[in-house]
Design a protein around this ligand. Structure first.
Ligand SMILES: NC(=O)c1ccc[n+]([C@@H]2O[C@H](COP(=O)([O-])OP(=O)(O)OC[C@H]3O[C@@H](n4cnc5c(N)ncnc54)[C@H](OP(=O)(O)O)[C@@H]3O)[C@@H](O)[C@H]2O)c1
Length: 289
């Protein structure tokens, strides 16, 4: 087990820069590399590597944070044999399948692979609300845990390297659903001459109230309903017509609500009109895998 707290960061975009800053603030000797030079401004004390391979060679722990998995593929491919013997924690947002491919490639090259998702914005890194989801090589994670905790809370979610990406994307899906609904709500307000800020406090209270039923909805998705629906889909489909009509009346696009509205209608047509919103989950699988 290495006790070296030296770390390298590949990628100094908004997030990579915040990660490097947090490592430095925690006292970890930090080497950084970025495709475009000159992005290490503000990272006093960091050693700037001349290539990705040089950065990987500099530390036992390498954190990758690039825009997408294609960029990470290209950068890691350029590092040749440097990853051998290193722990590579890829915090680039990715899909479960591509996270597994990454782990497979790194393992074949002699590295220990951990994949991760960052549940925070750059200013949150190093603060009390930042969370990292990590999965893959458990021993490598345990070895790196103290250094990684400079970034935020670390949660190991499984030995499958795809697990962190799965949790990450599931949480982001919930977030985008919330933003989609909230932006439509703000659009309704503004189309009626209100300021979004006037609606926001009431919307926040309403969303909090709705969140109290989230775990019950999850249980219904898993196990089916245990009793009659209090808000059956047939009633919800009738109410959804008013959402569409209001958008038309106010000259608004309905795209943000179209997906769930269409699925509610589909569920009713398929005979689930007396069930709760959880029944919509049964329609989501698009292939028989
Ligand atoms: N920002 C957030 O709020 C946030 C929150 C959670 C997770 N994340 C995740 O963190 C990761 C990084 O996000 P970010 O906010 O730092 O993005 P960003 O500010 O757009 O930075 C992108 C980084 O990727 C590099 N890059 C892009 N294409 C490349 C290529 N082909 N080869 C080599 N390097 C390449 C850029 O280098 P150059 O400087 O040379 O262009 C830069 O370092 C993403 O996966 C993102 O989903 C971000």
């Amino acid at each position: 087990m290495h006790s070296d707290t030296t770390v390298s960061v590949l990628g100094l975009g908004a997030m990579g820069h915040a990660l490097a800053r947090a490592f430095l603030d925690a006292g970890h000797p930090t080497t950084v590399w970025n495709r475009t030079p000159g992005r290490a401004a503000g990272l006093d004390g960091a050693r700037v590597a001349g290539s990705a391979a040089e950065a990987v060679a500099a530390s036992p722990l390498v954190v990758v944070c690039l825009v997408d998995p294609d960029a990470a593929d290209a950068v890691l491919a350029s590092t040749g044999t440097a990853p051998a013997g290193r722990t590579v924690v890829d915090l680039t947002n990715t899909s479960p399948g591509r996270a597994r491919d990454r782990a497979h490639d790194l393992s074949a090259r002699g590295a220990s692979a951990v994949d991760g998702g960052i549940m925070a914005t750059p200013p949150m890194i190093g603060g009390p609300y930042a969370m990292l989801l990590l999965s893959g090589d458990r021993e490598a994670f345990e070895r790196s845990r103290d250094v990684l905790s400079a970034l935020g809370e670390t949660r190991f979610v499984g030995d499958d390297p795809g697990s962190a990406a799965l949790y990450d994307l599931a949480l982001l899906s919930g977030m985008y659903g919330m933003f989609g609904g909230a932006l439509h709500a703000f659009g309704l307000a503004r189309s009626s001459g209100l300021r979004a800020a006037e609606l926001a406090p009431m919307l926040e209270d309403w969303l909090r109230a709705m969140l109290t039923g989230l775990k019950d909805t999850a249980a219904e998705v898993d196990d089916g309903a245990t009793g009659p629906a209090t808000s059956p889909l047939a009633m919800q489909a009738a109410g959804f017509v008013n959402l569409r009509t209001a958008a038309t009346e106010l000259g608004m696009r309905n795209d943000l609500l179209a997906g769930i509205g269409g699925l509610i209608d589909e569920a009713v047509a398929a005979g689930h009109g007396d069930e709760d919103i959880a029944a919509v989950a049964g329609l989501l699988r698009s292939t028989s895998r």
